[in-house]
Design a protein around this ligand. Sequence first.
Ligand code: FES
Length: 111
Amino acid sequence: MTLVRFISADGQSTSEVNAKPGDRLLDLAQTDGQPLEGTCEGQMACSTCHVHVDPGDFAKLPRAEEMEDDMLDLAADVTRYSRLACQIWLTEELDSLTVRIPDAVHNMQGR
Ligand code: FES
């Protein structure tokens, strides 16, 4: 089990979900009602699933592939801890993962 923690763009609300190995971060986020559109459904063609991984958790994840990095170059509010949620699968070894929803997503939703 991995405890996945989603932090809202304004940092005001936190949501925790239990994930199984093999679960994809984007699916978990959407099931939890997080504002990640994931328009291309994991084809690495949209970057609307962009999240900021907690700096302490970032190194626990496999490195992003070149295509993911290229896509992130086009996203707004990118940091060195940015990842595409559609490219993150949870594993047995990962006991917890904290990610924050970027501001740009927040704004796009008009909230
Ligand atoms: Fe489009 Fe992740 S869902 S890049």
